[in-house]
Design a protein. Structure first.
Length: 99
């Protein structure tokens, strides 16, 4: 899940501590920060490398996020400089209900 932060973005991801292709294993929740869209793409590329089969990401815009910012954000998480990231984007409100 990616949310807007005071400065930039916050990425929360559940990362399996064992083989990511395994159906079992310990899962660790990681919280990572990104200052801008470019650094967000770098963080997501690292997560994608851990689990290349994952396609979906959830974005949670803040209350003051503009439509233009959301569209740029959606484009940035779909594909980065190193290739495809997360082509299936789900928008979620801060309250957890779809916007």
């Amino acid at each position: 899940m990616v949310t807007t932060a005071e400065t930039g973005f916050r990425v929360e991801a559940d990362v399996r501590n064992t083989d990511v292709r395994s159906s079992t294993g310990d899962v660790e929740r990681r919280a990572l920060a990104a200052d801008d869209l470019r650094s967000l793409q770098d963080v997501l590329a690292n997560l994608k490398a851990l689990d290349p089969g994952r396609k979906r990401i959830t974005l949670v815009p803040g209350p003051t996020t503009t439509t233009q910012q959301v569209v740029a954000w959606m484009d940035a998480v779909k594909i980065g400089p190193r290739g495809e990231l997360f082509p299936e984007v789900v928008l979620q409100s801060l309250a957890g209900a779809p916007p």
